[in-house]
Design a protein around this ligand. Structure first.
Ligand code: ZN
Length: 474
C-alpha cells in the first residue's frame, strides 16, 4: 500500500490471516453452491435454501448490519421502461451492507446511519462524492446463477459443491459465487486486521443479474452508489473495465410452399434466411475492421454475432414457406444498441433489395426482447490503474486488461449512474453457464489477496488524485 494515510496494514500479516481462512473459504463456497439459486426458479424447479440469507448472516457475523429487501419491479420499470420482468422477487432479495468510511459525510445509500434514500430521485445520487478525502467504493456481485441445464450431463452434481484436485465443482462456482466468497472474505480480513476505510464501502449481493439486472437497478435506485464500482464476475483475475452489449433480433422470412418433387416451383424460406445469416457474419467482420476499442483488442472477434435458432418447416415433403431465426447481435464499448440495430437493418435491406422475391416479400425484423448496452471505463482512469497496480504487485506478473466478453450489471453503474467500473474475480468465463463449471480454490484465495490490496488503495486515496484521470466512464 502506498501513499499517505494508507493505514498501518501489514501486508504479510494480512496474507497470513487470509491463508489461515483457506478452509473457511472452501466451506463457505461449498455451502454457497448448495444453496441453488437459479435465475429462473419458476421454470427450473430448484428451490434450495436461500443463498442471500447465508450472505446476510456472514455479514452479520462480520459486524455489519445488512439490509435484505425485495426489489420492486414497478419502481424499476418506471425508471427503465425497457427493463423489468413480470415475475416476482419474493424469494430472491437483494443484500446490501455499508461500511462507513472515517471521512464519510454519512450520506448515500439507504442502509447506513443517517443514509439518504435515493429512491425516486432518479439514478444513484451519492452524497459522498466530493467529500474532502477518501473515495467510496461499491462491491457488486450477484447471487443468482444460470440454470443447471441437463443435470445428467454434469460430471459432478451441479449443487453439491464437490471438491477434487483443488477445484470446487458446481453451478455458480465461477459465475459468480467464487466472487461473492472472495469479496466477503476480503472484507472480513480487512475488518479483523483493523482497517478503517476513509471512504464508504458498499457491498451488494444482488438478485437477477442473469435475468436482466433488476437487482442492481434496485440498488442504484435506492442510492447505493459510490465513486467507483468493482464487479464480482469471473475474469480469471484479469482487470476487465468493459462489458459487452447485445440485442436479440427475430427475423421472419416468407417463402412459397411447393411439393418437394417440384421444389423449383417454390421459394425455400430457409434458403432465403441463409442470405441474411451470411450478411450478419459479413457485417461482423466489417464492424470489427471499422470500429475498434482497446478493451476488445485481445479478442479474435469483438462484434460477435450468433444465430441462436431457426424454426422452419413442418411434416416434410414440402418446400418450407416460412422461417423464423433468432439472432444475437453484439456491440462493444462506445456503441449503443440503437447503433447496431441500424447497421444490421441497413445490411439486411441490401439483401432484400438484391433479391427479386425478397423485394416483393420483405422479411419482418422484430428487435428484442433481450437488449443490454455495452459499457466501458477508460483503462487510464485512476480506478483502473489502482486495480492494475494492486493485481500486478500481489500476483507478481503482468495482469491483462480487457473487456469481459459478456453483458453485466456494470452497464447500469457506468451508463446510468456515471461511475467508473471494472470486473474482477476468480474463475474462467468459458466455464460459466456450462455443465463443466468449476473454480480453483487457489484462484479464489489469490483474488482475496488482490482485493485486500485494492480496496484500501482506492478508499484511502484522495478525490483530487482523480483529477488527473481521464473520463469517468465512456
Ligand atoms: Zn455473472
Amino acid at each position: 500500500m502506498t501513499g499517505e494515510g494508507q493505514m498501518n496494514i501489514d501486508t504479510a500479516k494480512l496474507n497470513a490471516l487470509i491463508d489461515s481462512k483457506r478452509q473457511a473459504v472452501l466451506e463457505f463456497l461449498r455451502e454457497a453452491v448448495s444453496c441453488s439459486t437459479p435465475c429462473n426458479p419458476e421454470e427450473s424447479g430448484f428451490h434450495g435454501p436461500n443463498f442471500q440469507h447465508l450472505v446476510a448472516s456472514k455479514l452479520t457475523d462480520m459486524g455489519f448490519v445488512p439490509r435484505v429487501w425485495i426489489p420492486e419491479v414497478k419502481a424499476i420499470r418506471s425508471h427503465y421502461p425497457t427493463m423489468g420482468h413480470t415475475f416476482t422477487y419474493e424469494s430472491r432479495p437483494n443484500v446490501v451492507a455499508v461500511w462507513r468510511g472515517t471521512a464519510s459525510s454519512g450520506g448515500g445509500g439507504n442502509g447506513g446511519s443517517g443514509g439518504g434514500n435515493g429512491a425516486g430521485s432518479g439514478v444513484g445520487g451519492n452524497a459522498d462524492r466530493g467529500a474532502g478525502r477518501g473515495r467510496s467504493l461499491v462491491l457488486n456481485t450477484h447471487a443468482d446463477v444460470y440454470g443447471p441445464g441437463n443435470v445428467d450431463s454434469w460430471a459432478y452434481p451441479p449443487f453439491a459443491g464437490r471438491v477434487e484436485g483443488g477445484r470446487v465443482h458446481g453451478r455458480g462456482t465461477v459465475d459468480a459465487k467464487g466472487s461473492v466468497t472472495a469479496y466477503l472474505f476480503a472484507l472480513q480480513c480487512l475488518r479483523e486486521a483493523g482497517f478503517e476505510p476513509a471512504g464508504d464501502i458498499t457491498f451488494q449481493s444482488v438478485a437477477d443479474e442473469e435475468g436482466g439486472g433488476n437487482g442492481t437497478m434496485a440498488c442504484i435506485l435506492e442510492g447505493y452508489t459510490g465513486d467507483a464500482v468493482l464487479m464480482g464476475e469471473p475474469t480469471g483475475l484479469a482487470i476487465s473495465p468493459g462489458s459487452r452489449g447485445a440485442t436479440h433480433l427475430r427475423l421472419r422470412v416468407v417463402g412459397q410452399e411447393a411439393h418437394a418433387g417440384l421444389a423449383y416451383e417454390g421459394v425455400n424460406a430457409i434458403a432465403k434466411t441463409t442470405l441474411y445469416m451470411q450478411a450478419l457474419w459479413q457485417l461482423e467482420g466489417e464492424l470489427d475492421a471499422k470500429f475498434k476499442h482497446p478493451l476488445w483488442d485481445p479478442f479474435p472477434k469483438a462484434h460477435t454475432m450468433n444465430v441462436e435458432w431457426i424454426h422452419s418447416g413442418g411434416f416434410g415433403g414440402v418446400v418450407p414457406g416460412f422461417s423464423e431465426a433468432l439472432m444475437a447481435v453484439g456491440c462493444i464499448g462506445g456503441e449503443s444498441i440503437a447503433d447496431v440495430r441500424r447497421w444490421v437493418t441497413e445490411a439486411f435491406a441490401k439483401v432484400t433489395e438484391a433479391d427479386p422475391w425478397l423485394r416483393e416479400h420483405p422479411p419482418e425484423l422484430i428487435w428484442g426482447p433481450l437488449a443490454f448496452e455495452p459499457s466501458a471505463t477508460d483503462p487510464r482512469h485512476p480506478f483502473v490503474q489502482t486495480a492494475v497496480r494492486a493485481a500486478r504487485e500481489v500476483l507478481g506478473r503482468d495482469v491483462p486488461v480487457h473487456a469481459l466478453s459478456a453483458g453485466s450489471d456494470m452497464r447500469f453503474f457506468c451508463n446510468q449512474a456515471g461511475l467508473p467500473g471494472l470486473h474482477f474475480g476468480p474463475g474462467d468465463l468459458r466455464l460459466a453457464h456450462s455443465t463443466r463449471e468449476f473454480v480453483e480454490l487457489d484462484e479464489v484465495m489469490a483474488a482475496i489477496k488482490v482485493l485486500i490490496r485494492l480496496i484500501p488503495d482506492w478508499t484511502m486515496g484522495r478525490h483530487e488524485e482523480d483529477a488527473a484521470g481521464s473520463g469517468r466512464a465512456s
